[in-house]
Design a binder for this molecule. Structure first.
Ligand code: PHE
Length: 447
């Protein structure tokens, strides 16, 4: 393990590792639910347009900032303007809050993957299984430990030997499994009604909230405003075409979300005889509804095992990107060796995961602003801090260092086809959209 800053060996390495970060639980349970709720095909189209405009502009901004500065988020802003170092600190707090509770959810996924592999999906499909499991004290924490060890081992292997190597194996496997389960789900008797419901554009339920929901979702789904894209940008080869790479990550992320919808919406439809309200939000879809759906299918054990393994791969590659971002901060700012940084973060994350996990059991009587611990950390990071960090990033690029810095970085390695779009977005439209997301998500969270 060396202390020298390394990077991805190729453009493909960057694309797959970044897509690994972007593809996560958000794509698999949240996207299908939102699409079903907000008008099917209309939502899909809205989401696609926003991804290619708003999402693209924010992502290319962060990746280019990182590559130009050659450092992780905590120092990237200060690299351009000392006075604005605080934006780097703010951005760095976010993965620090998210990582521990993400590992708690990763632990749940690990448990479900193990149970499914042992053929126990029927057990997991009972009404009380999930709440029974998460309200225990020791078992969920053991699962967190397993998930956290897996994440740490990969990150300790370095950027090339760990993050890149694992992503280039896991992401193609994930795609193959996802296509397999989707094909199986849409060919079940009666599934076509669900497919139609998912794809058919409907103006019912379409309105400003559809756009805000799509914006919020893509923001989270593309792992923006967490310092991840800045860090991964700093590992990107200087010669790699930036616009092309970012576009490919977007296609990957959106493609996986779309396929996840094709897998989940029809399956739930068949199970519930067309009752779309069963696509209820939150962990209950993934950990309560889906086990029931799989249990009712032919080859239930195989399908459940494949599904939870693919979810585990998606969650692992996201948590790897979170830990890598934090380890990069410790290495860049405090000159720690990679191994020391990994062990430090491992211990901190394990300790901070305790309240999030116990919040569903022994500590469930403690709430903050009405939230349990996990939901509170999720609310503060996703609904409050991330929009603020993204807003400041846009202002920083649009008005302090000026967008030309980004344009030059992009053009140093290829063409910038969506340059005019980027310029308008970063200066005017994106900041307005982000304020709208902030207001919407805070009201939704507190409401
Ligand atoms: N982009 C991830 C998703 O869609 C979310 C995420 C990534 C969260 C990385 C934390 C860290 O689920």
């Amino acid at each position: 393990m060396s202390n020298e800053r390394s990077g991805f060996s190729s453009r493909l390495g960057f694309v797959l590792a970044t897509a690994g970060s972007a593809v996560g639980l958000g794509n698999i349970w949240r996207f299908p639910y939102l699409a079903a709720k907000y008008g099917g095909g209309t939502f899909l189209l809205t989401y696609l347009i926003l991804t290619l405009t708003f999402g693209f502009s924010l992502m290319i901004t962060e990746v280019a900032l990182g590559r130009k500065a050659g450092t992780s988020a905590i120092r990237a802003f200060g690299h351009f303007s000392k006075k604005h170092t605080f934006i780097g600190y703010l951005t760095t707090i976010i993965p620090f809050i998210i990582f521990p509770y993400y590992c708690v959810i990763g632990g749940w996924v690990t448990k479900y993957a193990l149970i499914s592999l042992q053929g126990g999906i029927h057990n997991a499909a009972s009404d009380t299984f999930f709440t029974g499991f998460i309200s225990k004290s020791a078992e969920p924490m053991i699962c967190v430990l397993v998930f956290l060890i897996a994440t740490t081992v990969v990150v300790a292997g370095g950027v090339k030997g760990g993050v890149e190597r694992v992503s280039t194996i896991m992401m193609p496997v994930l795609i193959v499994l996802l296509i397999g389960v989707s094909l199986f789900c849409i060919t079940r008797p009666g599934a076509m009604a669900g497919v139609a419901y998912y794809l058919k554009p409907s103006l019912k339920g379409f309105g400003p909230t559809t756009i805000l929901a799509a914006l919020g979702q893509l923001f989270y789904s593309m792992s923006l405003a967490m310092g991840i894209m800045i860090t991964f940008g700093s590992y990107m080869p200087k010669k790699a075409d930036l616009e092309k790479s970012v576009t490919q990550v977007e296609i990957f992320d959106t493609g996986v979300a779309f396929l996840a919808g094709l897998m989940i919406v029809p399956a739930v439809f068949v199970f519930s005889n067309g009752d779309s309200s069963m696509l209820a939000k939150g962990p209950s879809l993934m950990f309560v509804m889906l086990p029931k759906v799989f249990d009712s299918m032919a080859f239930s054990s195989v399908i459940a095992a494949v599904f939870f393994i693919l979810v585990l791969l998606a969650a692992l590659t996201s948590s790897i990107s979170l830990l890598e971002t934090l380890v990069a901060v410790l290495m860049d700012k405090f000159h720690m060796k990679r191994g020391t940084a990994c062990i430090t973060m491992f211990i901190i994350a394990l300790l901070l995961a305790v309240p999030s996990s116990l919040g569903f059991g022994a500590w469930s009587n403690i709430t903050i602003l009405g939230f349990d611990f996990l939901d509170f950390f999720d609310f503060i990071s996703n609904s409050v801090l991330m929009p603020i960090a993204a807003f400041l990033t846009c202002l920083f690029v649009g008005y302090i260092i000026k967008p030309k810095v980004i344009v030059d970085e992009v053009e140093s390695s290829g063409e910038f086809k969506r340059k005019s779009l980027f310029l308008i977005m970063v200066k005017y439209i994106a900041p307005i959209c982000i304020v709208a997301i902030l207001v919407f998500s805070v009201l939704e969270g507190l409401g």
